[in-house]
Design a protein around this ligand. Sequence first.
Ligand SMILES: [Cu+2]
Length: 109
Amino acid sequence: MRWAAPYYLAIALAAGTLAGSSSSQAEPKGTVHHVKIKNMVFDPPVVKAKAGDQIIWTNEDIFPHTVTSQQFDSGGIASGKTWTVTLKGFDEISYKCSYHPTMVAHIRK
Ligand SMILES: [Cu+2]
């Protein structure tokens, strides 16, 4: 069976090349955005993003927060923890912390 590995590898490479040659259909790689939660504020308060992008929130406060919108809800993010979402199609997303409703921020295109 030792001969089989290079054979399958060649097939895989060929398939990859073919897929790559018609990649106009492929999903574009998303951008990763970081939002810090600190001192009861989402920073930055507005993220410019598109479908397929990821947003990673990091809670730098010493108590939990949430990232809550009509599209997603993190639940409690403990101190020092992160929470990630991959955006699907959207127009504008406003989100808040459900524990501290004055904490509001936005995701826009
Ligand atoms: Cu909060």
